[in-house]
Unconditional design. Structure first.
Length: 393
């Protein structure tokens, strides 16, 4: 009921709303992706890299001091321990193996904060494939360390100088490049967004998170099913990975944390389901923040990874059907939760992941409840943000 249908839709959301010129590229993917990723030889290559290169399975850690603090049973799914520090590598490795098997010779990607760019550049270095990452000129300025990482890894970082010179302009440039190089280039999208089949493809690559969780929970609690799974949503790939194998188990409550920035009514927010309406974004029908005449509203969040005006179509469907419960977390709530996790557990979470942790302050759980937080990434990249934040304001 929550998986994509043959036409690429999740309920009313999804599809492939793309320019004619892009049709051959997307159609080739649509026809090939399932055949390739379900083949034994693909699975073998992917699983081996997840194990030896990424370091999977990522641990499921019982956080005893956080559990004591919140008087419930809290487990952290440690995606922060993956190579490159977050869940994004699961997807870029899956897509690059797919690209190789489609005979592609070159990879392009777009990136906002640089996290997806680094994960893509990493996969390209591993596979010896040329990598071009489009990035808004303004973002290149703001995200120096990630730009330097990508270049050290051998990627070419191309500034997008049109419009607001941020993510949306980088996306346009990458699309243009793909249209002009349909035969030899694969475009690696970084979340469960974009035209079908990207959302489904990315969801499948990230689904290893919940696959491992089932086994780990069975060992630790005697049941595969937790009472709650909590994850943050930018585009929604880490959440989809954590939810995937539980979508059809209604006894498992799924909780989403959206970034509310300075507050829902502040005009500086990225809480898509609370502020948005249905529309078309990046090639699919979904929920997005827009003005009355349909212009995309510039989002804001303290965490670069959640600073996105839409959500993946599958999440729009989970919202509409109320399968998942969508919460909004302000910058301040996230920062406080991130600091608490650091000081109680010795784990500094990415500010994105801190939004998921902050749900623990908003909701009351029973002392016997098993609550899994998907810790999507580590906080090393966010040290400046933590240090400069005024917690007393
Ligand atoms: C990119 C990123 C996110 C947001 O992306 P999703 O596709 O919503 O998962 C969340 N956490 C971290 C650490 C990230 O790097």
């Amino acid at each position: 009921m929550y998986q994509v249908d043959e036409k690429g839709f999740y309920g009313q959301f999804g599809g492939a709303y793309i320019p004619e010129m892009l049709y051959p590229n997307v159609e080739e993917l649509r026809q090939q992706y399932l055949k390739i990723i379900e083949s034994e030889s693909f699975k073998q290559e992917f699983d081996l890299l997840l194990k030896d290169y990424v370091g999977r399975p990522s641990p499921l850690y019982f956080a005893s001091r956080l559990s004591h603090h919140y008087q419930t049973q809290i487990y952290l799914k440690r995606e922060d321990l993956n190579h490159t520090g977050a869940h994004k590598i699961n997807n870029t490795l899956g897509q690059i193996i797919l690209a190789k098997r489609l005979g592609k010779k070159r990879i392009i990607a777009e990136t906002g904060a640089g996290q997806h760019g680094v994960a893509t550049a990493t996969a390209c270095a591993l596979m010896g494939m040329p990598c071009i990452v489009y990035m808004g000129a303004v973002d290149i300025d703001r995200q120096k360390p990630n730009v330097e990482r990508m270049r050290l890894l051998g990627a070419e970082v191309v500034p997008a100088t049109s419009g607001s010179q941020t993510l949306k302009d980088a996306t346009n440039e990458a699309m243009r490049h793909w249209i002009n190089n349909p035969e030899d280039t694969h475009y690696i999208i970084g979340s469960v967004v974009g035209p079908h089949p990207f959302p489904d493809m990315v969801a499948r690559f990230q689904s290893v998170i919940s696959l491992e969780m089932k086994q780990q929970l069975l060992e630790k609690t005697g049941s595969e099913d937790p009472n709650y799974i909590i994850a943050c949503v930018g585009g929604g790939s880490n959440a989809m990975g954590a939810f995937y194998h539980y979508l059809d188990r209604p006894q498992v409550n799924l909780i989403v944390a959206e970034a509310a920035g300075l507050g829902l009514k502040s005009g500086e927010s990225a809480a898509t389901t609370h502020l948005g309406k249905p529309g078309i974004l990046h090639g699919s029908k979904t929920i997005l923040m827009q003005t009355n005449d349909g212009q995309v509203v510039e989002p804001y969040s303290i965490s670069a990874g959640l600073d996105y005006p839409g959500i993946g179509p599958v999440h729009a469907h989970l919202f509409e059907t109320a399968r998942a419960d969508f919460n909004y977390i302000t910058d301040k709530e996230a920062m406080i939760a991130g600091r608490l996790c650091s000081q109680l557990e010795g784990i500094i979470p990415a500010v994105e992941s801190a939004h998921a942790l902050a749900v623990l302050d908003q909701r009351k759980f029973e002392s016997s409840d098993v609550v899994v937080i998907n810790l999507s990434g580590r906080g090393d990249k966010d040290m400046r943000t933590y240090m400069n934040y005024n917690f007393d304001d």
